[in-house]
Design a protein around this ligand. Structure first.
Ligand code: PLP
Length: 420
């Protein structure tokens, strides 16, 4: 059995963006919820999986499964080749200089924690400062706070304006002789702001300070080139880019990774072990202790194949059209406020409906089979900045349609009617 070809091949050949052909690759989008067609607008939390990725996972389980790196038998060698092949795909996808700069993790959170432990605990000390932004997801705040607590270091925060854009002058002012690390998000999950990370990295570079970029909301939606960005670390998760859960990537510059301490100890991350001394493996394996989610890693490779078959630029263009359309529609809704109006914005629409709690908005939309996220989006400091406890958030992806935006808008009108 081999995975079937994607329906996208024809679209690709024709050079068109045929959203219906894309949707045909995602079986789950055919679901009915409450008797109505599913409108899935919670992609920033987790996106759906296309058939070629599902089939690649199935093929692995049916014909390739064995533990990797350790066996000389057919299945182990086949699984190892597929898993390491996926690592090379990630390297190419991110334009990393070397394959060994690609570390498999459990996801963005795990990648950031790896850097906090491996770099932060080794190289930061009392009185040192770490710059983060007001737009961070909790996973790019809490690990650094834990480090600050342990080391007596200090967190400095880049503020944002009312549109949700980081204040670049304030950012520049935060640097001083004690600044030792910068950790910033590429795209805000709560507001959709696309931060000018390339310029921000250049500023940090000017002060000799390394930068970690949280790319959880960027890699699924736009071309990311880590050499062009010149970041030291870049973390993302497969499940937000049509891939499996439980797997993600940490890119790190080889010289940084080599200098770092391992995150976890165990099998695969060693060259030799005696009771007197352990010699660690070379990168990336030094950071990959124990048996990984092998199928998920291979699935990530298939996910990259899929996204590339559609084209990252074309996905970005489609999402741009969707967010423009949705924003215009929302502006015509009285009593609805968009939270996050940055000039450079991804396809994320956070909003509040006057007089209605976001959870009620989400619950009523669900009756119409419209799935949005409600709450603080693991970004409570963002909510605090805007003086609100929560928002409802619609987040779009390659398979969403203008008709689905219309369904969302109709759902909000119904919410307003119920609460009027
Ligand atoms: C910007 C951002 N960073 C980090 C994360 C955490 O990702 P994960 O839960 O896959 O580790 C998310 C998830 O929503 C996110 O949106």
């Amino acid at each position: 059995m081999t995975p079937t070809q994607s329906a996208l091949q024809a679209v690709q050949a024709a050079g068109l963006y045929d959203v219906e052909r894309i949707r045909a690759d995602f079986p789950i989008l055919g679901l009915k919820v409450n008797g109505k067609p599913l409108v899935f607008l919670d992609n920033a939390a987790s996106s759906q999986m296309p058939r070629p990725v599902i089939e690649r996972l199935e093929h692995y389980q049916l014909a390739e499964h064995a533990n990797i790196h350790r066996g000389v038998h057919y299945l182990s060698e086949t699984a190892t080749a597929a898993y390491e092949g996926a690592r090379r795909k990630v390297q190419r996808f991110l334009n990393a200089r070397e394959e060994r700069e690609i570390i498999y993790t459990r996801g963005t959170t795990d990648g950031i924690n790896l850097v906090m432990h491996g770099y932060g605990r080794a190289f930061l000390g009392e009185g040192d400062e770490i710059i983060v932004s007001q737009l961070e997801h909790h996973s790019n705040i809490v690990p650094w706070q834990m480090l600050c607590e342990e080391k007596g270091a200090k967190l400095r925060v880049i503020p944002c304006n009312d549109a949700g854009e980081l204040l670049q002058d304030e950012y520049r002012k935060l640097f001083n002789a004690r600044t030792k690390f910068v950790a910033i998000t590429h795209v805000s999950n709560a507001l959709g702001t696309i931060n000018p990370v390339k310029e921000m990295i250049a500023v940090a570079r000017g002060h000799g300070v390394p930068v970690l970029v949280d790319g959880a909301q960027a890699v699924p939606h736009m071309k990311v080139d880590v050499q062009d960005l010149d970041c030291d670390f870049y973390a993302f998760s497969a499940h937000k880019m049509c891939g499996p859960t439980g797997i993600g990537i940490l890119y790190g510059k080889a010289k940084q990774l080599e200098a770092m301490k391992p995150y976890q100890g165990g099998g695969d991350m060693i060259l030799s072990v005696t009771f007197e001394k352990t010699t660690y493996n070379t990168i990336p394996h030094k950071f990959e202790a124990g048996t990984p989610p092998i199928a998920a890693g291979i699935g990530l490779g298939a996910t990259i194949d899929y996204l590339e078959s559609v084209g990252m630029d074309r996905i970005a263009a489609h999402e741009h059209d969707l967010i423009e359309y949705a924003t215009a529609a929302f502006r015509s809704l009285e009593g609805v406020r968009i939270v996050g109006t940055a000039r450079d914005k991804a396809a994320v629409l956070s909003f509040v409906v006057k007089g209605v709690h976001p959870h009620d908005v989400g619950t009523i939309l669900n009756e119409d089979a419209v799935a949005v996220r409600t709450g603080h989006h693991c970004a409570q400091p963002v909510m605090q900045r805007f003086g609100i406890p929560a928002t409802a958030r619609a987040s779009f992806y390659l398979y969403n349609t203008f008709a689905e935006v219309d369904a969302l808008v109709a759902g909000i009108r119904r919410v307003q009617k119920i609460f009027s």
